[in-house]
Design a protein around this ligand. Structure first.
Ligand code: NAD
Length: 487
């Protein structure tokens, strides 16, 4: 088995992998067994500054290359990621408990790097002759140093989504992984080195938000910062950007996604898919449909189908290929989810879940849990739980369900199950959400569609057709010309 890389990757081939400058590490424990997995380097302020300085020094030469030259190491990295699928699966299973049986992230990551390896020529400006006496242009140019700060629930989803478009657009990057799942990113750093990126172009550091994350978000040389994580941290980062250099900030934040089931829906399919949405990755998914509104006429049958669907889940060791339901990522997540479950037990009816007192002695596992009839204004209906816990309530009219679904500060993903086309599109127009899925639900997505949130679920969009744009400045060039012919 390969040794686990736990160090910081700063300035590529020049400094390569380094321990933290002050020697500090943080321990990482398996949430399934509670055994220590590794001691991971904690990037200090000095290390984070060194990573930004390396990225800044690498920028002029990297941005001067053609998009196809920049695409070469991206394509190589895609290939190396595919080749290391099993090791990457093992590392996320060990650090945050993701079952290896559900781990498709390397394929998705390599698809991203392959796509962007070819996409750099999409960075195009415009021209205009609409102003008499002028031929005007816009130039699209990279920002310089871009920082990426990512969460733990899918490191290999978020690393490529941010790094690949930023790099091919000509930026250099410092990516900070989450302290809860740093190992896959550190492994990717070993592949970045092999892929042939010039030193300093792609730096990967690990550590806590209040140290390295804080330095990045305040840094005067970081010109754009792409963040995926909680709304709480997103707000801190926005403030840091405002207090420092007004860096461009892209925020992909949390959700409290509703799924709406009309009487004419295919109930079996709706139950199966909505339950998968809330159970997959133990409910630790920004777009998981954590609220379900089912029409009162079909509620009893739908609820039975939901219970049946979740009964096939196999809970256990995430390294076991038969397991489909792993633990929560750590004690903090486990405690937070248990807190919501205990509160909902007092307010509604638990029709699936554990009646026993919360007990983490055998790992941070939580049974898939279904509540009915919890009041709409309860905290569990308003806040993101980030666990395998779904609240199902009923509705009688379309207007009522739209009002309930939209009565949330979040607006990331909503889904509607109905066979009535007009109703589906009416709902799509009315729902306040960055994504609306019809007759399907999360994690369904489309690589070429913009992904992001309304309201407090985020600022900006990510996806094949929009991401490069997020990493380019726009410069207007005004060219005055003499309209008189000279010969
Ligand atoms: P988090 O906000 O706690 O942490 C995310 C990252 O921010 C981590 O790398 C962390 O170290 C860093 N961080 C923490 N404090 C910081 C600070 N003061 N300054 C700078 N960086 C700081 O979120 P999490 O628990 O890792 O992830 C779960 C959250 O992410 C959920 O809310 C989930 O909905 C959201 N999420 C959103 C999307 C999306 O695409 N919209 C996708 C996945 C997860």
């Amino acid at each position: 088995m390969a040794a686990i890389e736990t160090r910081l990757f700063i300035n590529g081939k020049v400094r390569q992998f380094v321990e933290a400058s002050d020697g500090r590490t943080f321990p990482l424990y398996s949430p399934a067994t509670k055994e220590k997995v590794a001691d991971v380097s904690e990037a200090s302020e000095e290390d984070t500054n060194a990573a930004v300085a390396a990225a800044k020094a690498a920028f002029p030469a990297w941005s001067a290359l053609s998009p196809s030259e920049r695409g070469v190491p991206l394509r190589k990295l895609a290939q190396l990621i595919e080749e290391n699928h099993d090791e990457l699966a093992r590392l996320d299973a060990l650090s945050m408990g993701r079952p290896v049986s559900t781990f498709a992230d390397p394929g998705r990551a390599s698809a991203h790097f392959n796509h962007y390896a070819e996409a750099g020529y999409e960075a195009l400006g415009t021209s205009s002759v609409n102003t008499p006496g002028f031929v005007n242009l816009t130039l699209r140019q990279p920002f310089g140093v871009v920082a990426a700060i990512i969460p733990w629930n899918g490191p290999l989803v978020f690393l490529p989504m941010k790094a690949a478009p930023a790099l091919v657009a000509g930026n250099t990057i410092v990516l900070k992984s989450s302290e809860k799942a740093p190992l896959t990113c550190a492994k990717i750093a070993t592949l970045v080195e092999k892929a042939g990126f010039p030193p300093g172009v792609f730096n990967i550091i690990s550590g806590h938000g209040h140290i390295s994350g804080n330095v990045l978000s305040h840094h005067m040389d970081v010109r754009a910062l792409s963040f995926t994580g909680s709304g709480r941290t997103g707000r801190i980062i926005q403030q840091a950007a405002a207090k420092s250099n007004m860096k461009n900030v892209i925020l992909e934040l949390g959700g409290k996604s509703p799924s709406i089931i009309f009487p004419d829906a295919e109930l079996d399919k709706a139950a199966k898919e909505t339950m998968y949405s809330i159970q997959w990755n133990s409910g630790q998914v920004c777009m998981a449909n954590s609220r379900i509104y089912v029409h009162e006429s079909i509620a009893p049958r739908f609820i039975e189908l939901c219970k049946k669907s979740l009964s096939t889940v196999v809970k256990g060791d995430p390294l076991d290929p038969k397991t489909t339901h792993g633990p929560q990522a750590d004690k903090l997540q486990w405690e937070s989810v248990q807190h919501y479950i205990e509160a909902s037990k007092k307010l509604g009816q638990m029709v699936l879940g554990s009646e026993e007192q919360p007990d983490d002695s055998n790992g941070y596992f939580i049974e898939p849990t279904i509540f009915l009839g919890v009041p709409e204004d309860a905290k569990a209906m308003k806040e993101e739980i980030f666990g395998p816990v779904v609240h199902i309530n009923t509705f009688s009219t379309e207007d009522e369900v739209v009002a309930k679904a939209n009565d949330s500060e979040y607006g990331l993903y909503a889904s509607v199950y109905t066979n009535d086309l007009s109703r589906a599109l009416r709902m799509a127009k009315k729902l306040e959400s960055g994504n609306v899925a019809i007759n399907c639900t999360s994690p369904t997505g489309a690589l070429d569609m913009p992904f992001g949130g309304y309201k407090s679920s985020g600022v900006g969009r990510e996806g094949y057709t929009v991401s490069i744009d997020q990493y380019l400045e726009t410069k207007t060039v005004l060219m005055k010309i003499d309209e008189e012919t000279s010969l």
